[in-house]
Design a protein. Structure first.
Length: 139
């Protein structure tokens, strides 16, 4: 599974988290507590600072649409009949992953409180910016 996002931020750094979720039917025979349950099947995060490659951190251009590819690696999972597929995109995964200051600093682990800024992130989806997810199917 690979997510191809076209995204922008008002800051100079951002995180992109993509999750593939199995949504159970509203009614589950024999287990009513599982109705509507959302099970994360696969997920991964990409630091925006690596938009030009993992060999060097580079600030994002503020207010510019940038293409990102988030590889969720291989996952063999069977969605049962009646279940739905949900994809969530978010900009933080704290506390599972450290917070991004939303402002480029050479090393996030050395970020000072003053480096943390409010930023607005946007995922674009249009003919010009076709954000999408590619999922392979095995039958």
């Amino acid at each position: 599974m690979v997510a191809h996002l076209f995204a922008s931020t008002t800051g100079t750094d951002a995180d992109w988290v993509v999750k593939l979720i199995d949504v159970y039917p509203e009614q589950v025979d024999g287990n009513p507590r599982m109705g509507g349950f959302q099970l994360i099947v696969n997920a991964d995060i990409l630091r925006g600072r690596y938009w030009k490659g993992f060999d060097r951190a580079t600030p994002l251009p503020p207010n510019a649409v940038v293409p990102f590819t988030i590889d969720l690696h291989q996952q063999l999972y069977r969605f049962l009949k009646g279940h739905r597929v949900m994809v969530q995109v978010q900009s933080t995964w704290f506390p599972l992953y450290d917070r991004n200051p939303q402002h480029f600093v050479p090393n996030i682990f050395d970020a000072m409180p003053s480096n943390f800024r409010i930023a607005e992130h946007r995922v674009w989806r249009s003919a010009r910016y076709p954000s999408h997810v590619v999922v392979s199917e095995v039958r």
